[in-house]
Design a protein around this ligand. Sequence first.
Ligand code: ADP
Ligand code: MG
Length: 351
Amino acid sequence: MYRNKNIKKTELAELGEFGLIKHLTRDFKIVNPSTLKSIGDDAAVISNESGEILLSTDLLIEGVHFDLAYVPLKHLGYKAAVVNFSDIAAMNGTPEQITVSIALSNRFPLEAIEELYEGIQLASDKYKVDIVGGDTSTSNSGLFISITVVGRANKEDITYRDGANLNELVYVSGDLGAAYMGLLLLKREKLVFQANPEVQPELTGHDYILERQLKPEARTDIVEALKVHGIKPTSMIDISDGLASEILHICDSSGKGCMIYEDKIPVDITTSTMAEEMNIDPTTAALNGGEDYELLLTIKQQDYEKIKNIPGLTPIGHITEAEDGVNLIARGGALVPLTAQGWDAFLKNKE
Ligand code: ADP
Ligand code: MG
């Protein structure tokens, strides 16, 4: 839980916009040779000497995408950066630069923004990404963060959503549904805390699902491993909205159908334990939960022997003709058509 009652508070007005930018960016280091000019001019300069440029952006709004009642600012910064790296990984590329734009209401002291930037810097250091610019503004209500990422890939390596072919194998990295169960746990404890502030949140023993929600990772390691083993996925997407929604994107774009086997979907034991405690079907958490930031990919059958050598990739089904539909084969053998009840950003607002 985010509490900043006891820490020092420096009003942002004391620093002014330029003072704030200077302070936040004072010890940014550049690690990528493609970063020719970073912060401090009217634009950053990025070399295009090798590969194609991948570009993606993401906007996070307080009260819509995050709740500071249970998301620490450092984690928020980390996650805001990582979700962008995940989009580049999903194209089979490497993230190299980001710009960070923030809008802040005057309720945020400097120390809160420092925490946010600590998280962004931690993620950037870990993934060897340079922070090369941004914009800073005031906001009338709440916190806004927008991160834009620049990545790189050789033209022949880039993976799109539309490349899946008949009979190819469907794989997923890591395990699914944990981030969603982590979110439900945080929401539950927030309600308990609001009802009685004396009661401490019951978060111990749930490290894995909480970490999956608060501090997700981008699977750039899988992108590396696929390259090392000489496998180029025929299609790939990252799982931000749940497995159901993402496999539908791949099948739609590729003009194909698929069979996904429920008993093959990887779900961690701590995820299914929490799901059962909350009366939620663990498969539903995996299909519709979202925010796992794992990779969903298809490969040619002939790559089957090679992909076995990569730990953390699980085969969950295969690609069929479009006429056969996008289906889940349930544990009992029933054929269930998949629909995108996943996290539609607009539907979610209506809750
Ligand atoms: P401009 O007037 O051209 O918009 P700014 O004064 O906003 O320039 O920014 C000065 C420099 O600081 C630029 O290089 C810009 O990219 C960078 N910058 C501004 N805000 C941020 C931020 N929140 N994070 C990182 N870099 C920033
Ligand atoms: Mg500016």
